[in-house]
Structure formats: C-alpha cells, structure tokens
Design a protein around this ligand. Structure first.
Ligand SMILES: *Cc1c(COP(=O)(O)O)cnc(C)c1O
Length: 378
C-alpha cells in the first residue's frame, strides 16, 4: 500500500527531545523555540519570526494585528482551507471570495481590484501547493488601496517569488508545521512579521496580552496585562522536534523536488496527448514540491481514477471543496463576480501520494497505473 502522506522524521528529532527532557524546560519560548525563530529569520530574511501552535493561530494573530473588526471585508480565494477565512470571521469580518487562475489554482490577481469596497481591510493570498501568487501586482493593488496583505503561506515554506521567501513579501505571513506539511512538529505554525509597526504587538498578543517577552529580555522589571491576546506559543517539545527538521531543510527540499520532477517527467506524455493536465510553475517562482497533483477531465473521471488507484493500493485524494459552496462560507462570505474556474478546476484536481523519501520505484508504479487507466502504454 502506498499511503497519501507519511509525516517525516529526518534527523535529530529524538536527540533534541531527549536533551529537552534532561533540561526540564518544557514551556514555550525556551532554547529550541528561540533556535527555530532565529533559523527562520535568517533563512527567510524577515524581521521577526514567531513560532505558534498552528498556522490557524498565526492567521488569528494576523487578524488581531490588522485590527479587523465587525463588518470589515477581507478578500481571498474560495479555493482554500477553512482557517484562511475563519481567522477573520472570528473578528466579525465578511469574506469576499475571488475566483482563481486555472493554471496555478491561486487567486486571480486581476480580479482583486473589483472586489474592493470602502470596507475592505485586507487581502489574503494563499500560495497553493507552495507556488506563489502574483505578488507584485497584489502588493501594488494593496498599496494603492491602503490594504494589509496577510500571506497564507501554510504550504509555502522554502518557496520563493522573485528570490523572496513566501511569507516575507506581505505585511504578515503565516506558515504551517502540521504533519501534512513539508516541515512539521505534529501541530505547529509561525507568524512572520515583515513590518516594524507590528513587532511589539505581535509578541504581546502571542503571550496572553502581556509584555512577558520584554520582561524576559530585561526591558521591564515586571510583566503585566497590556492588550488583548491569547496563548499562541507552542511547547518546547514541539520546537525541539521542529528544529531537527529545520536542520535538514535543504536536504528535505531537494528530496521532494526530485520526486516532483520524476512525476512530472513520466506523466508529461499523458498531458501532451490531452488526457490530463500537469501543474504549472510560473518562471519567477521557485516552489517547494509541497504536493503533486494532476487534473482529470471532470469530477467523474477523477472519482473513477481515485477508485482505480485505491483498488491497486495507491491512495490519491481530491482537495478543497470551495468555501463559498459550504454552509459557513455562505453565511460569512460572498463570491465576487463569476465562479468561472474555482468550482470547475477544484473538481478536476487529484493529489497523488507525496512525502519525504517517496521512492522512485513507488512513483514509477503509481505512474504506470495512471497510464494503464487511460489505456496507454509507457
Ligand atoms: C494547512 C493549512 C492551513 C492550516 O494549518 P494548521 O497549521 O493546520 O493550522 C491553513 N491554510 C492552508 C492553505 C493550509 O494548507
């Protein structure tokens, strides 16, 4: 059986956790959390990286920092995970869903401007499959309309757009370290703060609304309640595991890219002959091989292919059901303009097994099955 995902163990996870147990310092913001934060700041070139309990929580922090309040509007694609929207709905915002581009499955940057109203506060570009949205144009639209950009870069750790790390281009960026992502600690995330004005408040919100971070640095002699906040910092146990993954980040990235390229190469003839579509990577984007997907003719063909692969012990799966067609999405959001591609393309998309150390003969086997399904010899 080839599963869809195997959460990775890549190096010193066990050693780090043993060290931590010996140190008996388990709560948040200890040595390993600091190491993770510093590593991200250096690797991705951002002012401040703060480990959080999840990407969902990093998005919630971003919504508080952006001072989203009742009846504000936030623009994002409908083809995304619920957390992208929930974080803002929790603050009373209304979501404006914008159609995607069929080639990258990312928000169509050309349709954003017409969704802007006097109530619009923020835009949330979601970098699907770790492939960047068209950030130049999105940043320009935001600047012209005085909007905050919060990147949902949950899938984009180690990806770049014109040489800049995803998550560091907008005002705020959010990463996920959930076990289904490229680097993980079971459940985890990070908030990247790319503007000076948000730094102090981001530390306060993360520490239950107190200035404890300042206290730990010796900048104040006691700490106190200064703002709203919650507990968004993870245990050192999670940070110890995650730091081991960061230490091997380049190796993991290369390994994943190799698998991605192998899938792409083998399946190219099927795409040339019009049976399936393959992912598209814009020239100025470097991606992180977060997933490998193909697109079938329609939803029926996708269902049949999933069944066929499953009968042959290969677990492939579809992805998001567009948020605007969900119960809550309907209540808290509205689709702007025509749904030309969101529903249609989401119904065609099929994700193949993808994880660190996926073997090349497993990829061969999966691709052979897909050729066979379409009645084609390799
Ligand atoms: C995984 C994911 C999230 C949520 O991440 P968690 O760390 O599980 O909270 C949010 N947005 C996108 C696009 C994701 O893929």
């Amino acid at each position: 059986m080839i599963p869809f995902n195997i959460p990775s163990v890549v190096g010193n996870e066990f050693t780090n956790i043993s060290k931590l147990i010996e140190s008996k310092k388990f709560c948040g913001d200890g040595e390993f959390t600091n190491k993770c934060n510093k590593w991200m700041e250096k690797e991705f070139d951002t002012m401040k990286a703060l480990l959080t309990t999840s990407c969902t929580h990093a998005l919630e922090m971003a919504a508080i920092l952006a001072q989203i309040s009742k009846d504000d509007e936030v623009i994002m694609p409908s083809y995304t995970f619920v957390s992208s929207a929930n974080a803002f709905v929790l603050r009373g915002a209304k979501i404006k869903f914008v159609d995607i581009r069929p080639d990258t499955m990312n928000i169509n940057e050309r349709l954003i401007e017409e969704a802007i109203t006097p109530r619009t506060k923020a835009i949330v570009p979601v970098h699907y499959a770790g492939v960047s949205c068209e950030m130049d144009m999105i940043m320009e639209v935001a600047k012209r309309n005085n909007l905050i950009i919060i990147e949902d870069a949950a899938q984009g750790v180690m990806s770049t757009y014109k040489g800049k790390a995803l998550g560091t281009i907008g005002h705020l960026g959010c990463y996920s370290f959930h076990e289904t992502k490229n680097y993980h600690c079971g459940e985890g995330g990070a908030l990247l703060v790319n503007e000076l004005e948000y730094i102090e408040r981001s530390e306060i919100i993360r520490e239950k609304g107190t200035d404890r971070s300042k206290f730990l640095r010796g900048q104040v002699d006691k700490y106190t309640w200064v703002d709203v906040g919650s507990s968004y910092l993870p245990s050192e146990l999670n940070a110890a595991y995650l730091y081991a993954q960061f230490e091997k980040a380049n190796e993991v990235n290369q390994n994943r890219l190799k698998s991605w390229r192998q899938y792409y190469e083998i399946l190219t003839p099927l795409s040339r002959e019009g049976f399936i579509n393959l992912p598209f990577i814009p020239e100025h984007c470097e991606h992180n091989a977060h997933m490998f997907y193909i697109k079938t003719k329609n939803i029926h063909e996708r269902t049949n292919l999933i069944d066929y692969l499953r009968k042959n012990n290969v677990i492939a799966t579809f992805h998001y059901v567009p948020l605007h067609s969900s119960i809550a999405g309907n209540e808290y959001g509205v689709f702007q303009g025509n749904d030309e591609f969101t529903t249609k393309e989401s119904e065609r998309l099929l994700r193949l097994p993808f994880f660190y150390d996926l073997h090349s003969d497993q990829i061969e086997l999966i691709c052979n099955l897909i050729f066979k399904y379409y009645g084609r010899d390799r």
